[in-house]
Design a protein around this ligand. Structure first.
Ligand SMILES: Cc1ncc(COP(=O)(O)O)c(C=O)c1O
Length: 355
């Protein structure tokens, strides 16, 4: 009988709630209005002939590298940031190696690392746990992944901590996943050249509104990027995404507009949580994690009935009773807050009648 590898057999399947997502989608930290109109125009101009040939990644990679003030050899375009994580796991992990992950954090780290047969060492930390991470390092530690800002908390790790981590563990690849960089403005991408084991992942799925096109970036030291290119398909990024990417990068006016909308929405939502006396994590991303308490399921369901999708994070480490709500434009936020007030007051009434 055909059998998957032992590491795969023992994995749990990750099934995010992707079905029936109609309404205001504040459940997956996507851009809620979509990409720049320039990207859409480019998309509409694509011809049958464009789709007939294999994608050529290099010219767009060069353009993106220059946008990031890196050299092309330091940059690999990937099929979303997810592929960047996957490639790092495939390049650096042997069975029995150790991977350090902070928890709670983004689920795909565990999945890609777990599938290699590496041992996952989880380090709890709602605030970046530098000393606990360093305490768990062994000579088998080969990969450390930090989402910055973190998902689902929106918390930021200090740049000095990230650099200290990379310097202290030279035998491990240290990936700083900056999927939400545009909302935080903090990066270590400019430190890649000075660190032989530091990688940065970015994505066009969030601020740029292109999650459906699947395109991301991995930046890293030239010598190591040569290793990653060996593992990567030359056709990993699709032609449509490559055609659209130059427009996306050039239209910074659009990205800045959307980021401004998100930042203002985020403070509005945080103010609302304070007014409703709902505990939350101050966020540097395009979402806020809030403590709803016992009735998370009822809350998520009631919000959905109001046409607003939010994400129950109760199954994440230390997040029982917490719900993550993405923020988009000010207009979306007005709809969100209206629904939130209504649902929260219904929950409060339910609590009172239960007493
Ligand atoms: C921290 C983090 N990294 C990566 C991703 C995935 O990004 P992409 O759509 O580019 O694969 C997500 C998506 O939610 C995320 O939260």
């Amino acid at each position: 009988m055909l059998r998957a590898r032992r590491a795969v057999q023992s994995m749990e399947q990750y099934s995010p709630p992707l079905d029936e997502r109609s309404g205001l989608r504040l459940d997956f930290n996507e851009n809620c209005v979509g990409c720049s109109p320039r990207v859409l125009a480019r998309l509409c101009s694509i011809k049958a002939d464009d789709l007939a040939c294999y994608p050529e990644r290099k010219p767009v990679e060069t353009l993106v590298a220059s946008f990031l003030q890196l050299i092309p050899e330091q940059v690999l375009l990937t099929n979303g940031a997810d592929e960047a994580i996957h490639l790092l796991c495939e390049t650096y992990l042997d069975e029995g190696d150790e991977v350090l992950l902070t928890v709670p954090s983004y689920s795909m780290y565990r999945i890609y690392a777990g599938a290699t047969g590496a041992r996952i060492v989880s380090v709890p930390g709602f605030h970046f746990p530098l000393s606990s991470l360093l305490a768990k390092v062994t000579d088998r530690t080969r990969l450390i992944v930090v989402a910055n800002p973190n998902n689902p908390t929106g918390a930021l790790a200090p740049q000095s901590d990230l650099l200290q981590l990379a310097e202290s563990v030279p035998q491990a690849a240290v990936l700083v996943d900056e999927a939400y960089y545009e909302f935080s403005g903090r990066t270590v991408i400019d430190k890649i050249a000075a660190n032989s084991n530091l990688f940065v992942a970015r994505t066009f799925s969030k601020a740029y509104g292109m999650a459906g096109l699947r395109i991301g970036i991995l930046g890293g030291p030239v010598e190591q990027m040569q290793m990653l290119r060996k593992v990567c398909s030359p056709y990993n990024v699709n032609q449509v995404a490559l055609k659209c990417l130059p427009d996306a990068v050039e239209d910074q006016e659009y990205v800045n507009w959307y980021v401004d909308q998100v930042k203002s929405s985020r403070s509005q939502l945080e103010n609302e949580f304070r007014a409703l006396e709902i505990e939350y994590w101050p966020s540097h991303a395009n979402f806020v994690l809030a403590r709803i308490g016992d009735p998370t399921r009822a809350f998520v369901k009631a919000m959905k009935e109001q046409g607003v999708l939010v994400r129950d994070r109760s199954s994440d480490f230390g997040c029982k009773g917490w719900v993550r709500i993405s923020v988009g434009t000010k207009e979306h936020t007005a709809r969100l807050i209206e629904a939130l007030r209504l649902v929260w007051s219904e929950i409060a009434v339910g609590r009172e009648t239960a007493v």
